[in-house]
Design a protein around this ligand. Structure first.
Ligand SMILES: Nc1nc2c(ncn2[C@@H]2O[C@H](COP(=O)(O)OP(=O)(O)OP(=O)(O)O)[C@@H](O)[C@H]2O)c(=O)[nH]1
Ligand SMILES: [Mg+2]
Length: 376
């Protein structure tokens, strides 16, 4: 989102950032012109490619800011716009199907400060105080080519003092301990340029040494947009699109939006139930799922063990039973066999007796008798 008084070069800066005429150039207004009645919200979306990565960016322009005689209305329209974008997200988030929520929250707000060289105006302070806890505020000095280098430096110091004295938060790129020296110095370089002194122009001009540059022409020479010695445009672009795009989104989501949401719920009388939010912490959630999974496994294991033991004991019982049966059958068979053996032995003895008998009674006149005896 870009905000600042009319004619400070907001639309021009967006064109410069995307190197594309998203907004038609307007003539600077004359002091006698009718002031616009109120702030308007104008949204433009565009795709740009940065380092081979395609980005879809939406710019919210706010023409007419500071024009009205009563400027309270100026910031209210913008604050309402920021809030309504949060509300939209909140509503989508509370729906059951939460996949693919369109994130139209404001991830960065460029606030254009008039290059007066004095100090912040009361409108600047009022506005920044209204939004600094809702958005990543990035203050910029508009049209810095209208000031000398020394004036710019002095103005920067004054602006930062004012901002700090007023307790206004602005976006500070996050630095981590484990970063390499190059990243650390590049972040520090960006940090040291806040508030960014910018020059906007999509006009291509030829310098005295024959280069074609984007810039603004003066009798004494050309102020180059893409030259770090001339202005902070490159550093601002790096912050927004290259180095801190994710940081801006994350801060918006994790801090600014979360604060807005809990404030809103509190106002609605709904106390935050932390157990609900626990679910949103991926680490805690993962831990919970793991514990649940482990409990399930342990239960399954115990069940399997008890089933196994049951089966084993059943099989054991069966085996014992059949062993007993086998034993009795074995005993029965043995007894039967012994009986048979005994019977056969008796018969054998009888037969032998019979064989011996004819010798003592050699008469063949009594064969029937002996036969009778054998058959008995
Ligand atoms: N010197 C100078 N002039 C600029 C710069 N950027 C824009 N301008 C001129 O300032 C005038 C207004 O620029 P815009 O970009 O239309 O300003 P704006 O902030 O969008 O204005 P509103 O849409 O009315 O709020 C134009 O004539 C631009 O050429 C700059 O960096 N330096
Ligand atoms: Mg404009």
């Amino acid at each position: 989102m870009v905000v600042g008084e009319s004619g400070l070069g907001k639309s021009t800066l967006i064109n410069t950032l995307f190197n594309r005429e998203l907004y038609a150039e307007k003539e600077a207004r004359n002091p006698g012109d009718e002031p616009a009645s109120s702030v308007r919200i104008e949204t433009v979306s565009t795709d740009i490619e940065e380092n081979g990565v395609k980005l879809h960016l939406t710019v919210v322009d706010t023409p007419g800011f500071g024009d009205a005689l009563n400027n309270v209305d100026s910031w209210r329209v913008i604050v309402d716009e920021i809030n309504s974008r949060f509300d939209q997200y909140l509503e989508a988030e509370t729906k059951i199907n939460r996949t693919n929520i369109a994130d139209n929250r404001v991830h960065a707000l460029l606030y254009f400060i008039e290059p007066t060289g004095h100090a912040l105006k009361s409108l600047d302070i009022t506005f920044m105080k209204q939004v600094h806890e809702k958005v990543n505020l990035i203050p910029v000095i508009a049209k810095s080519d209208t000031m000398t280098e020394d004036e710019v430096l002095e103005f920067k110091t004054r602006i930062l003092d004012d901002i700090k004295n007023q307790g206004i938060n602005y976006f500070v790129p996050e630095q981590f301990d484990n970063e390499d020296d190059e990243t650390v110095s590049s972040t520090e370089e960006i940090l040291s340029r806040i508030p960014f002194a910018i020059v906007g122009s999509t006009k291509e001009l030829q310098t005295e040494d024959g280069r074609i540059v984007r810039g603004r022409s003066y009798p004494w020479g050309i102020v180059e947009v893409d030259n770090e010695d001339h202005c902070d445009f490159i550093k601002l672009r790096q912050l927004l699109i290259r180095n801190f795009l994710e940081d801006l989104k994350e801060k918006t989501s994790k801090i600014l939006y979360e604060n807005y949401r809990s404030e809103k719920l509190k106002r609605l009388g709904i106390e935050q139930d932390d157990s609900v939010f626990r679910e949103f912490d991926p680490v805690v959630k993962q831990e919970e799922e793991r514990a649940l999974h482990e409990a399930k496994l342990a239960k399954m294991e115990a069940e399997m063990k008890s089933v196994f033991q049951h089966k084993v004991s059943e099989r054991e019982k069966k085996l014992q039973k059949s062993e007993a049966e086998l034993f009795t059958r074995h005993k029965e068979m043995r007894e039967k066999l012994l009986k048979q053996i005994k019977m056969l032995e008796e018969k054998k003895r009888d037969l032998e007796n019979l064989r011996v008998a004819p010798a003592s009674e050699p008469t063949a006149s009594q064969p029937s008798k002996s036969r009778k005896g054998f058959l008995r």
